[in-house]
Write a protein that binds this ligand. Sequence first.
Ligand SMILES: NC(=O)c1ccc[n+]([C@@H]2O[C@H](COP(=O)([O-])OP(=O)(O)OC[C@H]3O[C@@H](n4cnc5c(N)ncnc54)[C@H](OP(=O)(O)O)[C@@H]3O)[C@@H](O)[C@H]2O)c1
Length: 218
Amino acid sequence: MTADMSPMRPRVIVNCAMSPDGKIAGTERRQLRISSSEDMDRVRRLRSECQAILVGAGTILADDPHLTVKGLPKERQALRVVLDPRGKVPETSMVLDERASTLMVTNEDCTRQYAGTEVVRLGKGTIDLNALLHVLGGRGVSTLLVEGGGETIFSFFQAGLVDIFSVYIGEYIIGGREAPSPVDGDGFKAGEHVPMRLTSVDRLGEGVHLTYEVLRDA
Ligand SMILES: NC(=O)c1ccc[n+]([C@@H]2O[C@H](COP(=O)([O-])OP(=O)(O)OC[C@H]3O[C@@H](n4cnc5c(N)ncnc54)[C@H](OP(=O)(O)O)[C@@H]3O)[C@@H](O)[C@H]2O)c1
């Protein structure tokens, strides 16, 4: 394929909700409702504007989300994408139901099949996220929404693939040194931090929604 025939890389929006002390769940890593109802409306609108929604296996195991928008017909639901490098997501997970199409992403060593669900195998050990965006771009995905958790969001930042960081800050403290945060992983060393520009601040119910644009070549 020549360069000008390559599909466009999808724009990557990270969206999550955290407590004022910077946690996306408690130490037991179970789902907590952090968003206000106004923020949940915003997330529904955002989901319906994206062609694909991605989470990591850890979020599936912890929260078992279905990643759909209630009321939308199947053909208008975003493609659900799950990073499951070693094939540990249970067959009974809601993300594997019939409400929307799903793409499971494993590494190249994993042979797991998921009943009735498409699989792509990308990368040795860790998943090659650039290759994944190429696959999604080739399917007409122009905007990918990455919803978590902290390990997955870190891996997108580490690969330099995040365009927009959108975070809702709720109104109660969660606490706990082991509680996950929006961007976990190994973290960035001094001098490698990711520069961003704050582009909007909106009060939504009792919390606040912030949008940042990631700066390239800063
Ligand atoms: N408040 C919010 O907005 C929000 C949203 C989502 C989730 N959460 C919370 O976040 C927590 C889960 O977060 P988490 O960080 O533990 O899990 P996670 O990010 O959902 O999933 C992490 C796993 O995904 C796989 N993965 C991610 N990036 C990869 C890459 N580049 N290559 C290969 N594999 C990759 C790895 O699977 P393997 O382990 O198999 O290697 C990794 O351990 C839960 O407590 C959940 O409630 C909160």
